[in-house]
Design a protein around this ligand. Structure first.
Ligand SMILES: Cc1cc2nc3c(=O)[nH]c(=O)nc-3n(C[C@H](O)[C@H](O)[C@H](O)COP(=O)(O)OP(=O)(O)OC[C@H]3O[C@@H](n4cnc5c(N)ncnc54)[C@H](O)[C@@H]3O)c2cc1C
Length: 561
């Protein structure tokens, strides 16, 4: 029995009488994605009683839910995963540089077995409410199967991209054909998407973000007609995926995995790319073109993450790259009018997530495909026969909603989280998140939001940054146990400073001018539009150094009682 068990057994006279002291846990982890599983494992290994809850029927999170055709990583497979879990990286055989969803889910299942994690989870159950009970210092949870639980520490690993967003289009429920949201695609037998046969069908895809750009070329192969409904064009760049042969894997395995992790940890977002230390203005036009060409032909996010260091801070630097990519789009799309519609005009390169594509632009050269520009002809309604825009009815047999997520805070908003005094987290955050280190919120003691808002693991290669965060949080909870402390929450002045830093860092970049999934946009009573960043844009090494510094100083900025 842990120290916390003992405290709980004294304190846990449940006010509503539904819980026994037996049901009081040291910790609850919500979510069984790559982050939640590891958190549950780490706490269990450290001797805490821990229960995980997962809405899906099995582990996997993102890679469990998103089974649409073409779903894959845009982080290099071998750089995404559990470095801290001995055995899993070295012995896994990746088949592609950017693994597809079925392979990722197999990898996570392998890791789950290594951790023997399923025994610590209940599946098919959603946490609907979590209220902090000040009389016992416990979090009291309600689940959608009518059960309840109580715990000392509540750790949310509910995912930055897991709350599905459906567009609010009149008549959507009247459509007579088949329709799918990308993150709720029907499941096939091999863990991948159920084969949806588009052959001979008239298919409409709404959305041209990272997901739409993955699905569209696949649908275009067999659909009789494809209509792509685009609201905002994105700056898309080639993924450059290729097979990882056993020989290549053997070569990769030959790398010292600790040294590779050290390298990932040294880069701003834990992707395997270093940023160029030059500003674009320090290069000649020829040098810039040569660099852009080489980055464009390289697989992966190099073009976003390893170009000139002022890409996201200087409009001039950004315009050089944007012009280069725009010309690539013009080269690849034969109809100049269509090409212009595919070139973003309302945001700088890299200020929204850059979709990685494989033959995306070539789709628009196919006779069966047509771009519908919703800025010119907005969607009016969905009818039983298809989608009506302001100028015509597009008759369809299938609609694919690639409309993304209510990102970062969406999954937390869907839980009724109440802290001290019954205050709802949703209300505290109505104008944007306020946190300390993106991990805790004043007034919500013992709640830890992993890979959450304003947190250094969210704008990152999450496979690596999420795990590093889990390890840090586990050390902190062990520290609290060792001190016999019952409560931890941020000091409000530290929280204010962190929140200000997040917003200030953001405001220094070109991201400040762009609507993206990582921004909460609100319109005030005065009609003023306010954009608040949901993510921390600073560098991941700087974030972790700060967390480590605070830990070394006895968790400075946290009030521990
Ligand atoms: C299509 C796609 C591609 C991506 N590609 C990359 C990439 O290349 N590189 C990268 O770093 N990141 C990528 N991401 C981001 C990805 O979400 C993270 O890499 C990572 O999977 C997040 O893991 P997680 O465990 O934090 O959350 P998730 O994997 O989202 O898991 C959260 C889990 O919590 C569960 N949950 C939520 N609320 C509740 C509740 N109330 N009760 C019970 N269970 C709940 C959900 O069902 C879900 O299973 C991608 C995301 C998507 C959608």
């Amino acid at each position: 029995m842990t120290t916390i068990d003992k405290i709980d057994r004294r304190n846990a006279a449940a006010p509503n009488g539904h819980e026994s002291s037996q049901s009081v846990l040291d910790a609850v982890v919500i979510g069984a994605g790559i982050t939640g599983m590891y958190q549950t494992y780490q706490l269990r290994e450290a001797g805490f009683s821990v229960q995980g809850y997962e809405a899906g029927s099995d582990i996997g999170g993102t890679w469990y839910w998103n089974r649409y055709p073409g779903c894959r990583l845009d982080t290099e497979s071998y750089a995404y995963g559990y470095f801290g879990l001995s055995g899993v990286i070295p012995e896994w055989q990746w088949s592609e540089r950017f693994a597809g969803q079925p392979e990722l889910l197999r990898y996570l299942r392998h890791a789950a077995e290594k951790m023997d994690i399923r025994r610590s989870y209940r599946f098919n159950v959603r946490v609907t409410a979590a209220h902090f009970d000040e009389s016992t210092n416990l979090w009291r949870l309600r689940l959608d199967d009518g059960t309840q639980a109580a715990c000392r520490y509540l750790l949310t690993a509910v995912g930055p991209l897991s709350a599905t967003r459906m567009p609010n289009i009149p008549g959507i429920e009247t459509f007579r054909g088949e329709s799918f949201h990308s993150s709720r695609w029907p499941r096939g037998e091999d863990e991948g998407p159920r084969e949806v046969d588009f052959t001979g069908k008239r298919v409409g895809v709404i959305g041209t973000g990272a997901t739409g750009v993955q699905i569209i070329p696949i649908v275009a192969r067999t659909a009789k007609t494809l209509r792509v409904f685009q609201r905002t064009p994105n700056w898309c760049t080639p993924l450059g995926n290729h097979a990882l042969t056993p020989e290549l894997m053997a070569q990769l395995r030959g790398y010292d995995s600790e040294a590779f992790l050290r390298f990932l940890k040294s880069t701003p977002t834990a992707f395997p790319y270093d940023r160029n230390d030059k500003k674009a203005s320090q290069a000649t036009e020829e040098e810039r073109q040569a660099l852009f060409e080489s980055l464009y032909s390289m697989p992966g996010y190099g073009i976003w993450l390893s170009g000139y260091r002022d890409l996201l801070t200087s409009k001039t630097s950004n315009a050089y790259l944007a012009k280069f990519i725009a010309n690539k789009i013009r080269e690849r799309v034969k109809d100049p009018k269509v090409a212009e519609k595919l070139i973003p005009t309302n945001h700088a390169f890299g200020t929204r997530r850059v979709p990685m594509e494989t033959n995306y632009y070539e789709v628009y050269n196919q006779p069966n495909a047509r771009l519908v520009d919703l800025r010119e002809t907005p969607i009016v309604e969905v009818t039983p026969d298809g989608i009506r825009t302001s100028d015509e009815l597009h008759e369809l047999d299938v609609i694919v909603f690639a409309t993304g997520f209510d990102a970062v805070t969406g999954s937390l908003d869907r839980i009724d989280i109440r802290g001290k005094g019954g205050v709802a987290l949703k209300d505290v955050w109505k104008d944007g998140p306020t946190t300390y280190l993106g991990l805790q919120i004043a007034g919500f003691p013992n709640l830890f939001t992993l890979v959450g808002a304003h947190n250094g693991a969210s704008f990152c290669n999450i496979g690596v940054c999420g795990a590093l965060q889990v390890e840090w949080v586990t050390r902190m909870i062990k520290y609290l146990r060792d001190r016999g402390s019952a409560l931890v929450e941020p000091d409000t002045s530290y929280q204010e400073r962190w929140t200000e830093k997040v917003y200030e860092d953001y405001a220094k970049t070109l991201l400040r001018d762009t609507d993206a999934w990582w921004v909460k946009t609100t319109t005030g009573p005065d009609g003023q539009v306010r954009r608040r960043a949901l993510i921390y844009i600073g560098s991941a090494p700087e974030y972790r150094a700060l967390c480590d510094e605070m830990a070394a100083k006895g968790y400075e900025g946290f009030v521990v009682r």
